[in-house]
Write a protein that binds this ligand. Structure first.
Ligand SMILES: *Cc1c(COP(=O)(O)O)cnc(C)c1O
Length: 379
């Protein structure tokens, strides 16, 4: 039997192959390859999709994050609040500028626990970075209110949440900057590296355009030390094609998630839930397989998630853990001095989460095989 991969980017390409190939040829034949009319059109169309006044095309999601903090003037000596269970890029976006990440535990929806933010605010806190993890919009009503009351900047990491909403408002439109990645495996994936920010502030948009291009607005006149983080015309053109299909792409993932929710029926796994008022675009369908832990958060016996992963692998089903090592426990952040046990919920999730296959163009039979395998796991 064919192996079922956790993600299949080829299926996403095949779905709209003719349109992508036509656009690629058009760009290749245009004789213009970086920051041109495709990028301009993309920025306008993407801002419209997110409902912000501006969007600025960049080279990656990580660039979107660190340049957002750079443009906001947040760096050395400043603190930024972020959740513990995220991809390490969120934290690097903060620390590349020299700022300090202050880590908050997640809630049962895997989003930052809004009730634990205020206790972390100090006189050095400058911003909150919200990550809409796995595609679900975080508790934005509370978070926006906290930022307003404490006069904090709000940055959203929307790398996994293209199209997700909270109380009818789309992620990427709540804060000073929405930061997007179009890495190929994301819901709105490009065919190489790409990223963007969204904002309603004309000055922030202007500064972002300066920073992405060597700190220059006028050729050979450099105002600040910037970066080379330009969006190329090929990616911009291909993203314009994908953008016209985002509603279908999201709807398909919602349907796949519903089939999992209805079909998975095994007391050894915990299915994901979506907060009232939020939607998820199901970048990942994440189960939790609890193990036993003692009162200090130390694993007792086998890691059941790892056992479950091996079980599925033997049945030809590939899964991924997002993420097995939380940023505060990675070697890169040893200097934060957050030993094992310092963020027990984050660390427990790292031991328990597992993402099932989900992608554009997933066959019904493939999903049935996954559900059957999940349900037959006996521990
Ligand atoms: C993918 C991802 C990023 C980084 O995006 P790149 O385009 O790979 O730089 C940042 N944050 C989160 C949550 C991500 O999933």
């Amino acid at each position: 039997m064919d192996k079922i991969m956790q993600s299949r980017m080829d299926r996403g390409f095949e779905r709209y192959q003719d349109e992508y190939e036509k656009k690629a040829l058009e760009v290749l034949r245009s004789g213009w390859y970086i920051l041109g009319k495709e990028d301009e059109a993309f920025e306008e169309e993407f801002a419209k999709y997110i409902g912000t006044k501006y969007s600025v095309g960049l080279a990656s999601g990580l660039d979107a994050l660190w340049l957002a903090f750079k443009v906001l003037g947040i760096g050395e000596g400043d603190e930024v609040i972020v959740q513990g269970n995220t991809y390490i890029a969120s934290v690097m976006g903060i620390t590349i500028n020299g700022a300090t990440p202050v880590i908050v535990e997640p809630d049962e929806y895997y989003q930052i626990d809004a009730d634990k933010i205020e206790e972390k605010i100090t006189d050095k806190t400058k911003a909150v970075l919200v990550v809409h993890l796995y595609g679900q919009a975080a508790n934005m009503t509370k978070i926006v209110d906290i930022c307003k009351r404490h006069n904090l900047r709000l940055v959203e990491d929307c790398a996994q949440s293209h199209g997700a909403c909270h109380n009818g408002q789309i992620t990427g439109s709540f804060g000073d900057f929405g930061c997007f990645s179009f890495y190929p495996s994301k819901n709105m994936g490009a065919f190489g590296d790409a990223g963007a920010v969204t904002t309603n502030d004309p000055e922030l948009a202007r500064l972002m355009k300066i920073y992405r291009n060597y700190g220059s607005e006028k050729r050979y006149y450099n105002m600040v030390v910037g970066a080379n983080s330009r969006l190329d015309e090929l990616q911009a053109g291909l993203l314009r094609v994908k953008l016209t299909h985002m509603d279908e792409i999201t709807k398909e993932r919602e349907e796949l998630a519903k089939v999992y929710a209805d079909g998975i029926n095994n007391d050894l796994v915990i299915k994901p839930v979506v907060r009232d008022g939020s939607t998820s675009v199901w970048h990942q369908y994440v189960l939790r397989v609890p193990s036993k832990f003692d009162e200090n958060g130390k694993l007792v016996g086998e890691n059941m998630r790892d056992k479950f992963k091996t079980y599925l692998e033997e049945k030809g089903i590939t899964t991924i853990c997002h993420y097995p090592i939380p940023p505060h426990r990675s070697e890169a952040y040893a200097y934060l001095n957050l030993p094992e046990g310092s963020l027990p919920i984050t660390e427990r999730y790292a031991n328990e989460v597992i993402s099932l296959p989900i992608y554009t163009g997933m066959y019904k039979e493939e999903q049935e095989r996954v559900i059957e395998a999940v349900n037959s796991f006996k521990g």
